[in-house]
Design a binder for this molecule. Sequence first.
Ligand SMILES: *Cc1c(COP(=O)(O)O)cnc(C)c1O
Length: 411
Amino acid sequence: MSNTPPEHAPLVQFDVQDDCLQIGGMALIRLAQRVGSTPFYAYDRQKISERIALLRRHLPQEILLHYAMKANPMPAVVQHVAGLVDGLDVASSGEMRVALDTGLPPDKISFAGPGKRDYELRSAIAAGVMLNIESVQELESVAQLGVSLGITPKVAIRVNPDFELKSSGMKMGGGPKPFGIDAEYVPDVLKRLAALDLDFAGFHIFSGSQNLNAAALQEAHQKTVQLAIQLAGYAPAPVRLLNIGGGFGVPYFPGERALNLAAIGENLQRLIVEAERQLPGVRIALELGRYIVAEAGIYVCRVLERKISRGQVFLITDGGLHHHLAASGNFGQVIRKNYPVVIGNKVRGTEREVVSVVGPLCTPLDVLADQLPMAKAAAGDLVVVLQSGAYGLTASPTAFLSHPLPVEVFV
Ligand SMILES: *Cc1c(COP(=O)(O)O)cnc(C)c1O
């Protein structure tokens, strides 16, 4: 045992054979040949299935498990996930089209997000998709559009809670927020809702993303259920659905540990009993994005050049922040830390060295790994950024510097 700090989050998700990372039942070298060009993203269907099975094992049977598509909206991924979860959550009409293409019944799809355009609301109502209402203006628009279409829209009220999710990477609720309706105004909004031709289904309360602290999530779930019970007293109809959001985190950085799912499951079991006593017939839904797909995906780019500048080694690759903004540290991180990055075709290597992995963009922000120990690499080797299945390609500024788009494969 040494006292040196870990280089990155533990590499446990993919097998290594003959020092080559294995994904989708094949060696990365073979997959790269099959794809035919770098960079590319690869997502492993088996890993996604296993992750959902793990969730089912630890969560109460009564919980509805939804997938929040914005984490990874690749149609093949969404199609696969749709067969394993109870619903899909979308955040644009573009995502809604992919969700409907899966064949999932529209009443298992919900649509959240501020600033929904009329054309988005109209197509959601026409499709029979549930709308999570983010403001009073949106409530009025949905009611009017429903009348003009001759359809009663199905709605849930998204509540901006009066508490925050502690130790969360990105806060989505509590304090002033563009998301949802402030909890203190919800009773008035429910009164207005009762006068409109709307099918009230329940509440949507999501407080934050990328959380690895089970106690913080337990507390947020507890407060969310309490708030829903309180607000249900003002509702025009029984609360059938309580969507408590997503936000389960995955380890990216040195020292981070996987979430204690068992503790979260046990707490939810207690909360379900409580919720059912106070809100008979209610179903609780979790809408997870990152947790379902993040660890099943990798980003692969090729070393173009090993360059030494004043004693520091740089691996210049054909991939970078234009494809993977999060790995560069520019997507919601306060202090830049390294994602787990390895040389995929020599994971351990015979020689190791400390290197910085950069992309081809003319900006000092284009860093995939900063002074990270890894196998000594040369031009042609494959750099792999792990934990890249969520908030990767579609969360990146792909037009920046006009390089080609990477391929995505689902293996
Ligand atoms: C982004 C988002 C999610 C998913 O969050 P994760 O942290 O990826 O689990 C869930 N619900 C809503 C409304 C979102 O906007």
